[in-house]
Write a protein that binds this ligand. Structure first.
Ligand SMILES: Nc1ncnc2c1ncn2[C@@H]1O[C@H](COP(=O)(O)OP(=O)(O)OP(=O)(O)O)[C@@H](O)[C@H]1O
Length: 307
């Protein structure tokens, strides 16, 4: 059995001359949670549709749980995939329980499994009310319950937390963490890097139909190589001058404070240099790593502009 739940090799998708995906290589291991980030139109939904077998690739090779997804023989494969689309719409007149029972029947699963999923997503109390009375967060949770029917081996979630408040988002990710713990592979697309930073194993950033980066968060920081900012609070003008005399780029300089910009690899050398200035008083030193938004911007705008 392959270690990989998803394998994409040189995948392209063209719509009448428009390139939605321009050669994507991506492998996702079984049990991994990978975030797919990208601007509007970057190609995230197209990629998910390909994985679901809803659209065929124009070129390249795709394997989902070791099978090509867009073939007539892929019906059994789909039973192992849970999908939550970006805009989930349910018949407003039906209750949450009726909807989940319907999806359970379609997936050949017992009704009891739907009932326990309503518990799991915290909708048991509202399950017998019509969906038109549900809040956005409740509809999203019903959508997640629908995606979880049949304990899928692969979960594809297209911007699932859009519009959820922070508490609901946390509850949503707690359920995903449980699923991952049980061995489910999860691919989750989003615009928001900050909410995914501590929750996913790796982050793939798409830019205009190409993969601009795919790495752990630490790996993305390393790859981006964005400068680290060091703020040094000093006892007076002499010390400030000494701090500013080093090889680092000086961002601001006053008698009390100097700010330096340094390459991540030089961080320790700078701290060593500052700590060895024994005859000068450094009152405080703060290191600011680049924000996640800066990392995202770096890959979203600098690389992969050739599609
Ligand atoms: N059926 C289609 N016909 C023509 N162009 C399409 C079709 N589907 C998608 N596209 C184009 O392909 C590009 C990628 O679209 P896609 O929906 O995959 O982006 P996305 O990253 O999911 O964006 P968003 O974050 O806005 O949902 C877009 O420019 C879109 O207009």
């Amino acid at each position: 059995m392959s270690e990989n739940a998803i394998e994409l090799q040189s995948v392209e998708k063209h719509y009448r001359g428009f390139t939605a995906l321009g050669g994507v290589d991506l492998t996702i291991e079984r049990g991994e949670m990978l975030a797919l980030l990208g601007h509007n139109g970057a190609g995230k939904t197209t990629l998910m549709k390909i994985l679901l077998g809803l659209t065929r690739v124009s070129a390249g090779r795709v394997r989902v749980l070791e099978q090509p997804p867009a073939t007539s023989g892929a019906v059994a494969l789909r039973a192992h995939i849970g999908f939550l689309p970006e805009n989930v719409v349910f018949a407003g007149g039906m209750t949450g329980r009726e909807i989940l029972h319907m999806f359970a029947r379609l997936k050949g699963q017992p009704r009891a499994s739907a009932d326990s999923l309503l518990e799991r997503v915290g909708l048991a109390g509202a399950a017998d009310g019509p969906v038109r009375t549900y809040s956005k967060g409740m509809r999203q949770r019903l959508g997640l319950a629908q995606a979880l029917i049949g304990s899928p081996r692969l979960l594809l979630l297209d911007e699932p937390t859009t519009g959820l408040d922070p508490t609901l988002r946390q509850a949503f990710y707690a359920i995903l963490a449980d699923m991952q713990h049980e061995g489910t592979t999860i691919l989750i697309s989003s615009h928001v890097l900050t909410e995914l930073e501590t929750r996913t194993d790796r982050i793939a950033i798409m830019n205009r139909g190409k993969l601009a980066a795919c790495n752990t968060l630490d790996g993305l920081y390393r790859e981006a190589g964005l400068p680290v900012r060091v703020r040094v609070e000093v006892d007076g003008a002499d010390t400030a001058a000494r701090v500013a005399q080093g090889p680092e780029c000086v961002l601001t300089h006053s008698d009390r404070r100097v700010e330096l910009a340094i390459a991540p690899a030089d961080k320790l050398a700078t701290i060593r240099r500052l700590s060895q200035m024994e005859d000068h008083r450094i009152r405080d030193l703060q290191v600011f790593t680049p924000s996640l938004d800066a990392v995202y911007d770096h890959f979203g705008s600098v690389r992969s502009t050739s599609v």
